[in-house]
Write a protein of this length. Sequence first.
Length: 177
Amino acid sequence: MFDAKTRAIVVVGAQWGDEGKGKLVDVMAERADWVVRYQGGANAGHTVHIGDHSTVLHQVPSGILHPGVRCAIGNGVVLDPETLFVEVDGLVHDGVDVSGRLYVSDRAHLVMPYHKLVDKESAASKAIGTTGRGIGPCYEDKIARRGVRVLDLAHEARLRALVERGTEHANHVLAGF
């Protein structure tokens, strides 16, 4: 799989999750320079076993568990800041060096609390079986260009306007349930 000619390997799932992508990436990550997550959100996650230790990851690419491997979270990912911080804190607590190895695109969209609320209410009213983590509503806001991106955190006025617009939209959606 890895030889002198291999420059990139892409793992793509075609079954909407749960096909074992994370486990495959983890096996390949041992010999990779970079592991990049290009889309998705903090879904059910995957468990990585190294020695006797198990780590559950939802947002951080599993390559972070392999020394020297750099990891990136791309702009196609909808990032849950709370989940990301909990994961990074847990990794650091477990002795994983993330410094200078974890990169986040400033164009990645952020899952906001109102996304989770809309997702949970939508799942309850339509029985569509989502994880309730706000991933679908966040992607909807991304496509509609009303979502909050990482780079917006540095611009207070823009951030405020986007959050107000997102909240108004979420309230409108929730009123329909």
